[in-house]
Structures are given as C-alpha cells and as structure tokens.
Design a protein around this ligand. Structure first.
Ligand code: SAH
Length: 216
C-alpha cells in the first residue's frame, strides 16, 4: 500500500473534522495526525474507510481506536517536545507513530506477541520507531526507563495500575480509561507530589480490556 494524494486528501478532511466537530485544539496533535498514514496500520480491506472516525479490528481480537479517541487522549497528555511518554497497549502502532511524530521520546508496551512484532516492523519501515518497544505486561510499566513525563493507557483497566503512578514524574500526567469491560470512563491523573494525585474525568468510552500477564 502507498500513501497517495487520495489518502492525503481524506486525511486532511479527517483532521478538519477533529478540529471543527470533535473540538481538538492542540496543533501538534492535529499536525501529527495529518502526517501519519493511518491506512497503513490497517488490513487492506479497510483501506477505503481508514479516514472515517471508526475503530477497526486488528490482530489478536484487538482494535485500533477511533481517530477522535486517539486525538482526545493525546491532547489530554499536554505533550511537549522531547517529553518521555510511556504508552500501554501498542496495538497496531498507530498511536505510537502519532507520539513519535510529535517528537516525544516514546516507550510502548504490548502484551500480544503478534501485535508487538507487527508494530515493531511497521514502525521501523516507516522510520517512526519509538525509543523502546517492549513485549510484556503494562501493569508493570517499564521501571528501567522510569520516570516518565506522561503515560497513555490505550486499553481499559478494571483496577488502577499503581505501578504506573509510581513511574510518573511529579508534575506528570497519566491518561487512562477505567471501568468494567462494557464501558470505561476516561481519567487524567496529575502527580502533584510523590504521593498525591489530582484526578479529572473526561466522559465515557469503550476500549478493549487491559489484561494481566496470564496469557503471555
Ligand atoms: N494504541 C493502539 C490501541 C490498541 S488496543 C493502536 O493505536 O492501535 C489496546 C491494546 O492494549 C491491545 O493491543 C491489547 O493487546 C493491549 N493490552 C491489553 N492489556 C495490556 C497489558 N496489560 N499490557 C500491555 N498491553 C495490553
């Protein structure tokens, strides 16, 4: 698959939609999403629909999130260039690519081997590799590379992953959907001291579940 003028045109329209209808204002997010060819992260049968605001199945019964969800979650990170960001749930690698395009120092963890490998190869080929891609359990975070400025969880957690809170810098933010399998609420935790967090709520979403390491 190539990135043609047709794809670029559709992508521009999607970005206009994110700006005008979803209400995304962070220009760095919009610029990155205008750059990253989302269709290249999907199976070819979905190519024609890649720039609609839709989620699609990827490998291992997982999904690539709606573009509006990617934009909203990324905007909530309030990312600045060269910040260290930990993503939990690499999936297709699309969100990772958006973070790399924003000049973040990206670290990402995926518990499904086939997705870890798929995303690693894809991102390498597109010259969008993050700093580090790990195959493992996101509940454990990445202690070797901690602390992080920002943490982005792209799967729904039933319980708060406390290890991740420990791996944040003071002043850092974690964006995470939390709740039961059917529906989650998107939260943002800001670390205001080594032991204190401010918690904000940003509405209802539907993510694939954040699972423990039992099936690794
Ligand atoms: N950011 C991805 C979204 C993928 S869906 C994208 O842009 O495509 C969420 C991903 O989280 C799935 O790939 C799932 O396998 C992964 N996941 C679920 N529980 C996890 C855990 N405990 N640790 C790491 N990844 C996990």
């Amino acid at each position: 698959m190539q990135d043609t003028f047709l794809h670029k045109g559709k992508r521009k329209k999607l970005v206009d939609y994110l700006r005008n209808h979803v209400g995304i204002t962070d220009e760095l997010v919009l610029k990155a999403m205008n750059e990253i060819p989302r269709h290249l992260f999907l199976e070819s049968i979905f190519e024609d629909y890649a720039y609609e605001d839709r989620a699609f199945p990827i490998m291992a019964q997982q999904t690539i999130s709606h573009p509006s969800t990617v934009a909203e979650q990324t905007e909530l990170l309030e990312l600045k260039e060269k910040e260290k960001v930990l993503e939990i749930g690499t999936g297709s690698g699309y969100q990772t690519a958006v973070l790399v395009a924003m000049n973040a120092l990206g670290y990402t963890v995926e518990r499904q081997k086939e997705l870890h490998t798929f995303a690693q190869q894809k991102l390498r080929k597109m010259h969008l590799s993050p700093k580090f891609q790990s195959f493992g359990d996101g509940f454990a975070g990445l202690p070797t590379f901690a602390p992080f400025d920002k943490i982005l969880v792209t799967c729904g957690a039933e319980v708060l992953p406390t290890e991740l809170l420990k791996q944040m810098k003071v002043g850092g933010k974690m964006v995470i959907p939390m709740g039961k399998t059917e529906e989650q609420i998107l939260y943002r935790f800001t670390k205001i001291s080594p032991t204190e967090f401010e918690k904000e709520e940003f509405g209802r979403y539907k993510f694939v579940p954040m699972l423990g390491d039992t099936n690794l």
